[in-house]
Design a protein around this ligand. Structure first.
Ligand SMILES: [Fe+2]
Ligand SMILES: [Fe+2]
Length: 227
């Protein structure tokens, strides 16, 4: 034991499962929301773009790359909202731990997309509070249906995100290797999130839920490309 305690205790990891009273839980949820929407939560892994050279892009290519990376940033804001909402009402501690562990990797994605937006002289979506709030509410609803549904929702979300990352990998300007390296690592992570949720006992979501999720995500992409 050290002779003296540090003046400021280190903050617990964002993913740490803890036993809290209701007020503490509300404060933790509010802190997560504010960090995601307004703050810059740090990544726990190095940025996959590493020291890849930043190619010269034309103004049009830069705008397009920024639009796509803003969509991906919003996607990660939504992932945080979903996972934290789902974790807040998960019944089994193992499901909660699973969701919070995946959320930690989504925090990496969020930070990498924010880094790339800055490099492209752009900014995140002005509607991030709305995207987070809507996703959190959706996460709560999915979670309240039980852990099988909760995990089924994760599988469907991750599969849709994986497909959309494939589209962006094709659609990015050919020279934008830094964005591409970030998206490639995200795609690997999202595929693993889906697989892990499947193995943890996910249920297959019935129609029309997957279709409704795809429609909501198309709306988000259309708006976030510009705003
Ligand atoms: Fe992600
Ligand atoms: Fe994911």
């Amino acid at each position: 034991m050290p002779d003296t305690l540090p003046a400021v205790l280190p903050a617990p990891p964002r993913s740490a499962p803890r036993r809290l009273n209701p007020l503490d839980r509300v404060l933790v949820e509010a802190q997560r929301a504010l960090e995601t929407v307004l703050g810059q939560p740090p990544a726990s892994r190095p940025n996959p773009a590493g020291d890849t050279a930043d190619a010269a892009l034309s103004p049009g290519e830069r705008r397009h790359a920024a639009g796509l990376m803003r969509i991906n940033h919003v996607g990660e804001v939504c992932a945080q909202g979903l996972y934290f909402g789902q974790a807040a009402v998960a019944r089994e501690e193992s499901t909660r731990a699973h969701l919070l562990e995946a959320a930690q990797e989504e925090t990496d994605h969020l930070a990498w997309c924010a880094d790339r937006l800055r490099e492209l002289d752009s900014r995140p979506s002005v509607f991030n509070p709305f995207w987070y709030g809507g996703s959190y509410a959706l996460g709560l609803l999915a979670g309240l249906r039980g852990d099988g549904w909760n995990l089924g929702f994760v599988v469907e979300t991750e599969r849709q995100v994986e497909a959309h990352l494939d589209e962006h990998l094709q659609d990015l300007p050919a020279a934008d290797r830094r964005s591409r390296e970030i998206l490639a690592q995200m795609k690997t992570d999202e595929a693993r999130h889906a697989l892990e949720a499947e193995m943890a006992g996910a249920r297959i979501l019935p129609p029309p839920i997957p279709t409704l999720m795809a429609v909501a995500s198309k709306l988000m992409k259309t708006v976030a490309y510009r705003l």
